[in-house]
Design a protein around this ligand. Structure first.
Ligand code: NOJ
Length: 559
């Protein structure tokens, strides 16, 4: 294995960290997080070991969807900083070896965007065709809305011209019309603008919605003739403008369809995609104490082109969507992790963070993150996971998990010295309040969750086979246990995770191994012998986890 290979395809071995500048660190004490605050906290991220930041939208916004409703794609929300501050952030991050990707939200704009303000003025306005309009009465589309608590149609009547515009999300987010070449040119310009400022790629919002032009009517001519060709064009443009820039796409679809969004065997569309299927199966497995659903999901991942990569995660900034489970499966997860109606949203998801869902049990929390970091793919964290933050249910929406970052036990969790009423949202109260969960305390504590994350991330970086290698579920008799093997050239790692409370001894059978091999624990001290037939017995505590390197005779890898 050549470690140097891992530098070119950096995303295959990255550790991603998503944050919202608005809620991360307020440096000018006006109550809103800002770029100078984030810069001050970069060393926390370096110390944690993450390698790439994903910044949620920081553009001027009408604030109807927490920044995902943009009024200027080339601007910076003045509450968060200036272009100068963004450049300082990128520059300082790069100095620390951190890459930066930013959200690219071009399926729609805010209805306050100047393009839409023009578009709605008249049917012959030059910007009319920048959006998707229809004059006839739309059919019932209540089953297609993404936010069923607020919307009952994906079409909205605009009084001024008596026509309807398409909005696949909130009605304040009209969809851009990508069949219009002027819109496509503008999107390229946006990509070009931010790459010119030095970013390393994009997290691309709502990709299937962007490419779906069925709203443009029935005629072939009205549609994008080759939607995936268009995605290929964006990727090719990004490749031309950057050195290894990535497109990390939000595509919550079954695996086979996701494969198309990678560009299939050519791998020339999205560089990475979130593994929503694996994430949802993880929760079903956790709810059941049965690794089966997760193993099935992992084995069902289609093979991708070598450069493509899955982004793994257990929580993100949105609801914990369970939309790809069956109704009875979803109810099992609801019952286990979010039985109260105020924990659920859109009949498909939960607005909770992981530790409260697991009853705060540190064994389970650590086991889940150990699992996340040992799975094939690129682990992606949402800010605050590294210290075990909880949610603030009283917020009553997806924003329940987007509360201010908890830096200290002091006022506002050290996020800001402004009055609490000035903050973007409440600081978590109760058992997960900053008094009990904060960075400052955990930094000094070798037994803290933060210290555990540091260990996981540093071990993960030493195991490129996790990001690159082949993956195999090992046969063993315990339903609660996921035993898997990742191997790549001369590197092989066995990971064991016990999703149940009972201690077990796991027999594993390692093809091609014999008595000359050894299994060396990577998270604790210890080695286990392998017998002449390649068998080993490995003890696991209830909710236990182990990473074991397969040590071949004469290896020069450090243990
Ligand atoms: C997906 C984002 O993750 C979500 O937060 C947002 O509301 C929708 N896209 C609309 O932009």
């Amino acid at each position: 294995m050549r470690v140097s290979d891992t530098a070119d395809l950096w995303w295959k071995n990255a550790v991603l960290y998503c944050l919202d500048v608005e809620t991360y660190m307020d440096w000018d004490d006006d109550g809103t997080g800002d770029f100078p605050g984030l810069v001050q906290r970069l060393d926390h991220l370096v110390d944690l070991g993450v390698t790439c930041l994903w910044l949620m939208p920081f553009y001027p916004t009408a604030e109807r969807d927490d920044g995902y409703d943009i009024t200027d794609f080339y601007g910076v929300d003045p509450r968060l900083g200036t272009h100068g501050d963004v450049v300082e952030l990128i520059r300082t991050a790069h100095d620390r070896g951190l890459r930066v990707i930013v959200d690219l939200v071009v399926n729609h704009t805010s209805d306050q965007h100047p393009w839409f303000k023009e578009s709605r003025k008249s049917t012959d306005n030059p910007y009319r065709d920048w959006y998707v309009w229809r004059s006839d009465t739309p059919p019932d589309t209540s089953d297609q809305v993404v936010f069923p608590d607020q919307e009952d149609s994906i079409w909205e009547l605009d009084e001024k011209t008596g026509e309807y515009y398409l909005h696949q999300f909130y009605k304040t987010q009209p969809d851009l019309n990508v069949t219009n070449p002027l819109v496509r040119d503008e999107i390229a310009k946006i990509v070009g603008f931010w790459t010119q400022l030095g970013i390393d790629g994009f997290r691309m919002d709502a990709v299937p919605f962007l490419l779906d032009t069925s709203g443009n009517g029935d005629g072939e001519a009205a549609r994008l003739p080759d939607p995936h060709g268009y995605l290929r064009d964006i990727r090719a443009f990004l490749d031309r403008r950057t050195n290894g820039g990535i497109l990390l796409g939000e595509v919550n679809l079954p695996f086979e369809q996701q494969l198309e969004f990678y560009g299939g065997a050519d791998g020339d569309e999205l560089t990475m995609q979130f593994d929503f299927i694996g994430m949802q199966a993880t929760y079903l497995s956790l709810a059941r104490g049965d690794a089966g659903p997760l193993a099935t999901a992992l084995q069902g991942r289609p093979a991708t082109a070598p450069d493509s990569q899955w982004a793994t995660f257990v929580r993100n900034h949105d609801e914990l969507t369970l939309d790809k489970l069956t109704e009875p499966e979803r109810q099992e997860v609801f019952a286990a992790f979010g039985p109260e109606p105020e924990m659920q949203i859109y009949d498909r998801g939960l607005i909770r963070r992981l530790p409260p869902m697991l009853g705060g049990d540190p064994r389970r929390v650590r086991m889940v993150y150990s699992l996340l970091f040992s799975l094939p793919g690129t682990p992606t964290l949402f800010y605050g996971e590294e210290i075990g933050m909880g949610e603030q249910l009283s917020v009553g929406s997806r924003l329940a998990v987007r509360t201010p970052m908890q830096w200290t036990s002091g006022t506002n969790g050290g996020f800001s010295r402004a009055r609490a009423s000035k903050l973007p949202g409440p600081v978590v109260t109760g058992g997960y309040a900053p008094e009990f969960v904060n960075v400052a305390d955990q930094r000094k504590d070798p037994d803290s969750l933060l210290s555990f994350f540091r260990l996981l991330i540093s071990r993960r970086k030493e195991c490129p086979e996790l990001g690159w290698g082949s993956f195999e579920v090992l046969e063993q008799p315990h339903a609660a246990v996921l035993a898997h093997l990742c191997s790549w050239d001369d590197g092989a790692l066995v990971a064991l995770h016990n999703l149940g409370p009972e201690p077990v001894v796991v027999p594993v059978d390692l093809d091609g191994c014999g008595a000359e091999h050894l299994l060396a624990d990577l998270l604790v001290e210890g080695t286990t012998a392998v017998d002449a037939q390649g068998r080993a017995e490995l003890a696991l505590e209830g909710y236990g986890y182990r990473w074991l390197r397969v040590v071949a005779p004469g290896t020069r890898r450090l243990l």
